[in-house]
Design a protein around this ligand. Sequence first.
Ligand code: NAD
Length: 330
Amino acid sequence: MRIIFYSAEIYDKEVFTKVNEKFGYDIEFYECCLDRKTAAKARDFDVVCAFVNDKLDEKVLTILSSFGIQLVAMRCAGYDNVNTEIANELGIRIVRVPDYSPYAVAEHGAALLLALIRKLPQACARAKNMNFELGGLVGRELHGLTAGILGTGKIGQIMASILRGFGMNIIAHDIIEDTKWAKENDVKYVDLEDLWQKSDVISIHCPLTVETRHIVGHAAIRSMKNNAIIVNVSRGALIDSKALLHALKDGQIGGAALDVYEGEKEYFFKDWSTKIVEDDTLSRLMTLPNVIMTGHQAFLTDNALMNIANTTLENIKGFENGSELQNEVS
Ligand code: NAD
């Protein structure tokens, strides 16, 4: 089996090369994203392995199908960047890694939240310069505040338990309520409007779908408390970033802790430090003291990478053997 990897970073190469010792696949790694321009590289391969910002739209899938590719192995949980309907029509099967480590993602969300409310980036920058003044560094405590969890799947439930550990009250909203979990963990499900209104911290853990795109927009933000903090380690387009910027500038909400951004495809995973960033919303967000942002790294732990590599290559093995594909999406 020949497998082409798109969007491959150094850590992908290292961990997949190690794990592949027991599978023995012929793997080629490419740093470029999969899109209409780069799809031609997949000629002569059997399987495409792709990541969060690769674009698997109708055109790309049609090109892959013309090369005889029948499997796309996503090495991530979300697959909002794949046109699954077209893939089905073309007979391309899509597999993914549904739960490589929900702890990695939830813990990163909690880290961002704490760093934001205790002003750690500013404090650390000062300390590095031997400036130990404390003016302007007054923080907030989580204890006794209310956290609203949007999406109580694997990651949302772990985030809820982490925030409970800080002494927060937990409310939640999901289209499918896990009432047993809620009862056991003293979590109250509320409707979406209540979640916006009552939460001091809103942490988003639902997938990006047609229904959830811009679920945090002008209307939702208007309902929120003036000092509410939004945490998004899920997908960028869950938040209307222009509405978020407007609200942050106007003091309608208290802050944002983000690992994802709706325009991230152009910028994330690359070094733009010496280039002109044309996305004014991204640039402006970065200037605000009440915004903290990382570049889609919530998944990036040693444990998660190992699990991703193992499950991805197991998925491919299952396809090769004609077994039932446990992690197939349709
Ligand atoms: P999951 O499938 O276990 O849980 C998602 C939950 O969202 C489910 O309970 C589902 O019912 C709920 N949901 C769906 N539509 C909803 C809606 N309209 N309103 C409210 N709830 C809704 O998924 P998970 O493993 O917890 O992952 C959640 C998301 O995290 C993924 O979809 C992915 O986009 C994102 N993610 C990000 C990273 C990262 O590195 N930043 C890594 C992994 C996953």
